[in-house]
Design a protein around this ligand. Structure first.
Ligand code: ATP
Length: 346
């Protein structure tokens, strides 16, 4: 099973000074017995950017994050943070904060005590604990036992724990799980705030719509493999205006004269549809009017990361992941990678 080379590093806005906070994954593979959970994964997460690590349940996201954090040993490949594997970081908590599971708290301990214990164990000042609880919005709840916390509160406590060492890199596994809409809105602003400080954020989710508005870059995984990578804009594709006219050819000619590119070779189909590479529906309406061409329909199509996500992640689950099951010519393992993957390469 092979995979096309994927997105090498982009130049980070801060240049070399921030390289110490770049996440790089190369050829990362994890097999559990004969099952390939993560398959030759390459990805780069740049400082000062939020990268969404997206894929359906079981795609291999958590396993990848666990390998990055030294919790699972890769079968092959490398996963580094600032050029070092997690185990080689001198003071990991000061370099990398992670929230992998929202449930991993002693139920009898208050959230505040939980953080104080963590801070003390890591040799970090406990003075930071109250400040962090304020920051994640649970200062009062943090004085109650964590056993009674809602999922959303656990998520916030997990975030506070991840931030204890003021790390430059944050790795968050499904941080929107259990958050209500207000909580998700809060998280978006919070992650933005962190990335504006130059932090590197890798955020996994199986729900594109919960992170699409938050992230700068996207890595989509399916069946253990990366199937697309790029900025949200790159993967959203070109904005499109769809116009319908009984005189489609004349509309197409007018568009061409105005320098608007047609997205289809033919001027129009049987319904007189013309697809144009622009997001400006008003301009298309104006040019139709100027050319004296009647319009029966005009719509600007929204950039469509969502349909790309569903198309790429709706491959038959696990069809290519069992080493003992040979993949046939039509199996996903042999499917060509989408152009979006290559397009994302810098
Ligand atoms: N220790 C393990 N032993 C065997 N299989 C495992 C192990 N850990 C994970 N897997 C399998 O590897 C695949 C990927 O799991 P992983 O948890 O990484 O996916 P995920 O993308 O994080 O999904 P989710 O969104 O459900 O957490 C799954 O099929 C899972 O059952």
């Amino acid at each position: 099973m092979t995979q096309a080379p994927l997105a090498p590093s982009r130049v980070s806005p801060g240049g070399g000074a921030t390289d110490g906070a770049r996440i790089e994954v190369r050829g990362l593979t994890k097999r559990f017995g004969g099952f390939v959970a993560v398959d030759s994964l390459d990805l780069t997460v740049e400082p000062g950017r939020i990268t969404g690590f997206l894929g359906p349940n079981g795609a291999g996201k958590t396993t990848t994050l666990r390998m990055l954090l030294g919790l699972v040993r890769p079968t092959s490949g490398t996963a580094t943070i600032g050029g070092r594997s997690y185990q080689d970081l001198p003071v990991p908590l000061r370099e990398v904060g992670a929230a992998l599971e929202a449930t991993n708290f002693h139920p009898g301990r208050t959230g505040r005590d939980h953080l104080r214990v963590l801070a003390a164990a890591a040799g970090l000042p406990t003075s930071r604990v109250d400040e962090l609880l304020e920051l994640v919005g649970i200062p009062a709840a943090a004085r109650k036992r964590a056993g009674g916390y809602s999922m959303g509160m656990r998520q916030r406590l997990g975030l506070a724990a991840a931030l204890l060492g003021d790390p430059r890199v944050l790795i968050l596994d499904e941080p929107t799980n259990g958050l209500d809409p207000e909580g998700i809105r809060w998280l978006r602003g919070f992650l933005r705030h962190l990335s504006s400080q130059g932090k590197t954020l890798l955020v996994s989710s199986h729900l594109l719509q919960e992170v699409a508005q938050t992230v700068d870059d996207v890595v989509i995984v399916a069946n253990g493999r990366s199937v697309a990578q790029g900025t949200v804009d790159e993967l959203s594709g070109e904005p499109t205006v769809i116009a319908r006219s009984p005189r489609a050819q004349e509309l197409a000619d007018a568009a061409r004269r105005a320098g608007v590119r047609l997205l289809e070779p033919q001027a129009g189909d049987e319904r007189g549809t013309v697809r144009l590479a622009t997001g400006d529906a008003a301009a298309v309406g104006d040019l139709a009017f100027s050319a004296g061409v009647p319009l029966h329909g005009l719509v600007a199509q929204k950039a469509d990361l969502e349909s790309l996500y569903f198309r790429l992640t709706s491959l038959p689950s696990n069809a290519n992941r069992n080493l003992s099951a040979p993949a046939g010519p039509g199996a996903p393992a042999d499917a060509p990678h989408p152009t979006t993957t290559e397009g994302a390469s810098a």
